[in-house]
Design a protein around this ligand. Sequence first.
Ligand SMILES: Cc1ncc(COP(=O)(O)O)c(C=O)c1O
Length: 379
Amino acid sequence: MKENTKLLHGYQVLDEHTGAASIPIYQTSTFHNKQLYSDSQQYLYTRFSNPTIDALEDGFRTLENAKYAISFSSGMAAISNVIMLLKTKDHLIVPREVYGGTCQFVTKILYRYQIDVSFVDMADLNEVRNAIRSNTKMIYLETPSNPLLKVTDIRGLVAIAKEHNLITVADNTFMTTLAQEPLELGVDIVVESVTKFINGHSDVVAGLVATNNEFYYNELKLFQKNFGGILGVEDAWLIMRGMKTMGIRMAHAVSNAQAMAEYLQAHPKIKKVYYPGLKSHPNHAIHQSQAKNGGAVLSFELATKEELLDFTSKVRIPILAVSLGGVESILSHPATMSHACLSPEERAEQGVVDGLLRLSCGIENIEDLIDDFEQALGN
Ligand SMILES: Cc1ncc(COP(=O)(O)O)c(C=O)c1O
């Protein structure tokens, strides 16, 4: 089955009891026991399992081409549960530009469990090699990175991890499995913020973990049940509805992003464009070798803070907000939003300057997006 057919028919999409074309929301916390001392009771309590959540996780397995998938109450719940696979005295390697929430989790919480963390530039595999210690257990990657769309060579990183017997985890939120398949490239565990492209409508916060490894799956099911970061059933239903159109949404958003990157690259007021779908991107070839397209997210730089404020006050179509992956285009200002917790020096070191904006392309008509940017840039 090809991707759009799969997203409509490749998993449990009908209610088996009634034939309803939409899986019902089983709005219940508990289930009547038909008989005591019986092993045949499938559902006991919604924190353990629920038919709406089971249908969604069946969908996630299909989407991710994975043996196992687990839903979580947010991307961060998925990420923190996976990182908790580590034990006291273990060492973790993460990208310097890792998503802000993950950064806070590993710097503000993980040290309490005496788990060490090293930050490296994952576009440079030598830095990864040099960071490995005798107690390193996990390498966590995000490619392309946020907000500068730096690319990590997934195959190269997996090869290093295998040499040292390390667990690899990929945050695939930006690309989604429709465009980049880390499990296929040898990564052990994929995490994604479902809040973004998978749900796609900026109305749900959720996360997922996908893996082909039974041991990690069983551990993570135990964590999900006992840390309790489960997804609500209404949110699960909304995600199932959103997922059906994910293929066509992503195709349109990616085509908009490629066109916007090319338009912005040619614009005299734009200092720099960061987008792995552009030939001028320093790791365009590596990205092309591991992903089907450049994705729907790009960043660009205006020369000064004044130009930034002028542009953001005039632009009409994209909303100015934290987040990405909605049907509507979303402009974010990393210096005051996702990277506000860094000091100005740390931001400068990473290249997150005041004039930088990130654009998550939605599914508007490209002519309207370009016209809007044209008037806001005041050509
Ligand atoms: C790359 C990435 N990973 C993880 C997250 C966290 O996801 P959530 O907000 O669903 O917890 C985000 C949120 O913006 C993100 O951009």
